[in-house]
Write a protein that binds this ligand. Sequence first.
Ligand code: GCB
Length: 607
Amino acid sequence: MFKKFILSIILITPLLSYSQEGLISNTFNRNTTTLNGTWHYIVDPYETGYYNYRFEPYDQLKKKNKSAFYNNYHTDNKLELVEYDFDKSPTLLVPGDWNSQDEKLFYYEGTIWYKRSFDYQLANITNRLFLYFGAVNYKAEVYLNGQKLGVHEGGFTPFNFEVTSIVQPKSNYLVVKVDNKRVKEGIPTINTDWWNYGGITRDVKLIEEPSTFVQDYKIQLKKGDVNSISGYIKLNNLTKQEKVIISIPELKINKTLLVDDDKEVRYEISSKNIQLWSPKSPKLYAVFIKTDQQTLEDKIGFRTIQTSGPDILLNGKNIFLRGISIHEENPMRGSRAYNEADALVLLSWAKELGCNYVRLAHYPHNEYMVHMADKMGLMVWEEIPVYWTVDFSNEKTLNNAENQLTEAITRDKNRASIIIWSMANETPPSETRNHFLIELAELARKLDDTRLISAALEKHNKNGVNIVDDEMGNYIDIVAFNQYTGWYGGSLENAPNAKWNIKFNKPTVISEFGGGALQGLHGTVKERWTEEYQEYLYQQNLKMIEKISNLRGMSPWILADFRSPKRVLPIIQDGWNRKGLISNNGIKKKAFYTLQNFYKKIEKEYE
Ligand code: GCB
């Protein structure tokens, strides 16, 4: 009987494909219950739990179905054929990628079903409950007590579903189908130079909220104005006029807003003497957003970021971005980074290198990273995985990229550390590509007009001159490009004399340069893969790019060695991209110190 009931619900539940409309921000400071821990899993390469033998998805069948892993099969009928058992299946840790948790799953790309049970009693009968995922790579289909909550695509951004009417006090049965198969029309597409870690890779939690609650808000300095805080408040399920107070005790701010619209309600607060956030002094203020029913706390820094001709101005002052690129991987564990301790390891290395800036490549990293950057005083470039050759002519692919961008900005727009939203990396120029990226840039500006927009472009060479003339340079604030002189071609000896023709009078940032070295391998500067070669490559590249007149920053490739299935050279690579300044054992290579010295020099020049 119970089973029939569940099935009929499935048939009338619309399948949601995107959930950003209701995305809840600042989940760190809400009333939450973690669902991290051990989850049972079933590896399902043929997607047997999803399709019947006619290859029809069970959850879209008109007729009663026979078997699907997401159903809560507590059947009394002993004759029923049931060919799976979650509770007798092994477990994986959540958060965490599956590749590093079981040798058999190291190269696995496909479907794995996750399951866990939980009890939950709402503190108050009128409260509401949401199920929140920090990220699932790549596609998640979520079922609670046999009911499909929805689908989410994109492996690096959060999503949530309301479960108030489905949750029970005891034995809730939560099942997630996770599929990390690479697909041509995905964001990213099939081809990337990083490990396609699968699984529920970030925190999972239940969020309990009052019936009307603060879903999202923006509290930042108004563009270019150090005396004015502005933004919006968004309440969920507004049934009557509500009073919202934004309070920043240290600044003696207590602003009351009367909200009678559940769209975003905008406000502006003027305040003198705001102590500005900067890498030297990463001041964060305690901010409270209060309604009759709740008080939400955040720690927010205030700063302005602008460009003027070739200059980048932080709080009106000319700066140079002393950066490094970082993948979201703990190299010493050889797995996705997912917690505060991992963020501390990665960003402390960046600090030690002398950075005031990091490029979080090539997708939005977990939220601990940007909070840590706020606290440590590191400016951040955040990017979405529009990487290389995504399917630019596909409208659905564009929607997917827009959705990932929206989720990233929704989550992180109150982080002072983030100064740049980047739309793409090394995408091949064409009309179709331009249309795709311009749409994204416009969306980013619409969602957040206080930050700079960029994309990592490429250079090309004509008659010995390096040219940067990508049409996208007209639409972005920071002209960033990757270049690999001395690694993928170009002579290192002549590098310092290279000629440049960069067509835009905007700040130029070298978003990548670098070369590989196996830590501990020594030789001459002419021997590839030695630490000496990498050191020389850094020396010569730095001499070269220093001469670019509009150069205002760089993020060499990359902080630490990272896993990539494309890197198959035995003994040297063994599945690792070796361009790290730090090895996967956490040991610094010679080039680390070359860059560190260069940054010391630059820091003095910009003081
Ligand atoms: C690039 C890509 C980066 C690669 C790097 C490399 O240009 O942006 O994702 O990992 O080159 O090592 O080749």
